[in-house]
Design a protein around this ligand. Structure first.
Ligand code: GLC
Ligand code: GLC
Length: 636
């Protein structure tokens, strides 16, 4: 018999509605809930059916799930942000920053004192790195969560977090929190119960014998090869292997079990009660596993994320998801859409901007963005240059092959270049997770150190320093002008250099990402206030770009086109809104580059001003672009 899906969904929906207890809701809450339930149930059911259609007790799980939405409606949340526009993320006013609570301030309540700093910088989107209860010592920077409902006592209380949310909202700043749903820490109450032998909770994770673990290991990528080989951790007390994609204390959740989905949705609702506006879906590529596959980006991972999104639309439609998929570009894009993630990190552009600074060539950047930059309407890239993680060289090898670039060799070159093992490199980065078998690795370091400031200061060479600062300017000039939300990483706006402090901390020494996770001190801010220092110059240029971006609605233009100027060192693009045009031209090399044509040829008129220095230009006479310069040309 062929199933009539719409009919079955409708029947299940009606049955469930009659079984739910709505008595504690006010009439208005009840109306809102029923309305959202009626539009949202079919999309939810459509995703859950392929995942759990075989589970005899699915109806029970659905009922528990829906009742949790009702309980959620009754709970009080911190004051919401005033701006209720549905597509707020498309505005040119958006500028983000990612910060660790205890590295920028001391704790959540002292972070409130940093709001004036966010405002003066022009930031209205703040990602707070994970701040929940997690194991003492190494907790993967908080990404091993022991309780989603409790703020880490080192950072404060749940009330402090809610107060912070209200304070941010009052100033028009959105709060972004992590939703770390691929794994919990091994100290989470579910993991503790599993360790004690409770079968119900062992089914929350992937417990298996050695033979099965070995089978899975044949096809699964190693994410942290320096931590351990393979993706499993042996638990001697149980004589079982547990799936751990990342550190051994981060246990992957088993979403093949519908109880896990329901339980994690409940945790998600608790995160939302803290007042966040965006949930960052951590490590979402890994959430569905099937033997014989790579266990990344599987079709059912998309069903699962769409199911979470359908839950969000019923329970808290004003919150949006941001995807953290650091994978092949085609796979990155698949998580972006109206029914999945509204926002996504743009790891491709990030990596290829660094690639083009190293090679002084833009072919790979152009070709890759040409293929992958376009995303659906009302979804937005989160563009970034650095973040709290390492840089991985994830482009599509079909494109590098076409350009005659050997993918493996080129990645090796980039790793050597950015970790200072390549003669003549400007960068002072540090390798991360070197694979003992194939020698592959990823790169860590702050923006300033990777762009050459650290080496130039050490060499006391003013020309190298000038180039390094210009590299930071050109990277930011692209990042602030491309379609999307530009996201800064703490300290990069202050020109902070790499820090070796982590080498003295036994809980961090094995994880070189801490080289760019430095506690920001008063000295860092003071240095950045002094315009005669490199840090001061960097701070100033970033602040200026933010102001310009926020003052011109052209930075919200939908129409976008990559422009080839016929020179391998240049990167250019155009944005158009009505009859206003913005043409951005960046020179990725340390040389003057002459234009093949006068710029009016590309711009469609003879006169334009460069927003970055207010200079009015006669485009017919501009012959070349300076080393590592960037132009933001706009018609008046
Ligand atoms: C994400 C985080 C990273 C963390 C990993 C495991 O990639 O950004 O910092 O190590 O997930 O949670
Ligand atoms: C992420 C990524 C990986 C990244 C890591 C954090 O989820 O998939 O490439 O580097 O975790 O280090």
């Amino acid at each position: 018999m062929v199933m009539n899906f719409a009919f079955e969904a409708q029947k299940t929906q009606q049955r469930l509605l009659s079984e739910l207890d709505l008595s504690l809701l006010t009439p208005q809450q009840k109306n809102t809930f029923i309305q959202r339930f009626e539009t949202g149930f079919a999309p939810l059911f459509e995703q859950l059916f392929p995942l759990y259609g075989q589970c005899f007790d699915l109806h029970y799980h659905l009922k528990v799930l829906l009742q949790s939405f009702i309980d959620f409606q009754k709970k009080k949340r911190p004051a919401q942000i005033k701006d209720k526009s549905e597509f707020w993320f498309e505005s040119n006013k958006n500028v983000g920053i990612a910060v660790y609570v205890d590295l920028l301030a001391d704790d959540l309540s002292s972070l409130i004192d940093k709001i004036p700093y966010f405002e003066s910088l022009g930031v209205n989107y703040v990602h707070l790195m994970p701040l929940y209860l997690s194991p003492e010592g190494n907790s993967d920077g908080g990404y091993a969560i022991s309780d989603y409902r409790t703020v880490s006592p080192n950072l404060g209380t749940n009330k402090d977090l809610k107060d912070l949310a209200s304070a941010l909202h009052k100033k028009g700043i959105r709060m972004v929190l992590d939703f770390v749903f691929n794994h919990t820490s091994d100290e989470h109450r579910w993991a503790v119960a599993a360790k004690s032998g409770d079968q119900e909770f062992q089914d929350y994770y992937y417990f298996m014998d050695e033979k099965e673990a070995t089978e899975y290991n044949q096809t699964v990528r190693e994410i942290f090869p320096q931590i351990r080989r393979g993706s499993f951790t042996y638990l001697a007390e149980l004589d079982r292997h547990v799936w751990t994609t990342f550190n051994s204390f981060q246990w992957d959740l088993n979403y093949a079990n519908p109880a896990v989905f329901v339980a994690v949705v409940e945790e998600m609702l608790h995160l939302i009660l803290n007042g966040c506006d965006v949930l960052r879906l951590d490590a979402l590529a890994f959430v569905w596993k099937e033997k014989g596959t790579v266990c990344e980006n599987l079709p059912k991972a998309h069903n699962l994320i769409k199911a979470f999104k359908a839950c969000l639309d019923i329970a808290a439609p004003q919150v949006v998801f941001k995807s953290e998929a650091i994978v092949h570009p085609d796979e990155v894009n698949k998580y972006i859409g109206a029914d999945e993630c509204t926002l996504s990190y743009n790891p491709l552009m990030m990596a290829l901007l660094w690639e083009s600074l190293a090679t002084r060539q833009t072919n790979l950047l152009y070709q890759s963005l040409e293929r992958s930059f376009a995303i659906p309407q009302h979804t937005t890239w989160v563009n970034y240059i650095r973040c709290h993680d390492d840089i991985g060289w994830l482009w599509d090898d079909a494109i590098s092959d076409r350009l005659g670039i050997d993918g493996i060799g080129h990645r090796r070159f980039l790793n050597q270049f950015y970790t200072g093992q390549f003669e003549g490199s400007f960068a002072a980065g540090v390798p991360f997770q070197e694979n003992p078998v194939n020698g592959d690795c990823r790169v860590c370091g702050t923006l300033a150190s990777l762009a050459g400031v650290e080496n130039a200061i050490a060499a006391k060479d003013p020309l190298l320093l000038d180039h390094a600062i210009k590299r930071i300017r050109v990277l930011n000039g692209i990042n602030f002008a491309m379609p999307g939300i530009p996201l800064l990483y703490q300290g990069d706006d202050l020109g902070v250099l790499n820090s070796d402090d982590y080498l003295n901390d036994p809980t961090k020494v094995e994880d070189s990402r801490w080289v760019h996770r430095k506690k920001l001190t008063k000295a860092d801010f003071t240095l950045a206030e002094d315009n005669s220092t490199p840090q001061g110059k960097i701070a100033q240029l970033i602040r200026e770009m933010i102001q310009i971006r926020k003052a011109h609605s052209i930075f919200a233009a939908e129409e976008f086109k990559l422009m080839s100027l016929g020179n391998e060192h240049l990167f250019a693009f155009k944005r158009q809104m009505g009859d206003q045009t913005l043409l951005v031209i960046a020179n990725m090399s340390e040389h003057h580059i002459s234009f093949n044509h006068t710029l009016n040829h590309y711009f469609g008129q003879d006169c334009a001003s460069n927003l970055l220095n207010n200079e009015l230009l006669d485009l017919t006479s501009v012959q070349h672009i300076e080393p590592l310069d960037i132009l933001w040309l706009i018609n008046d």
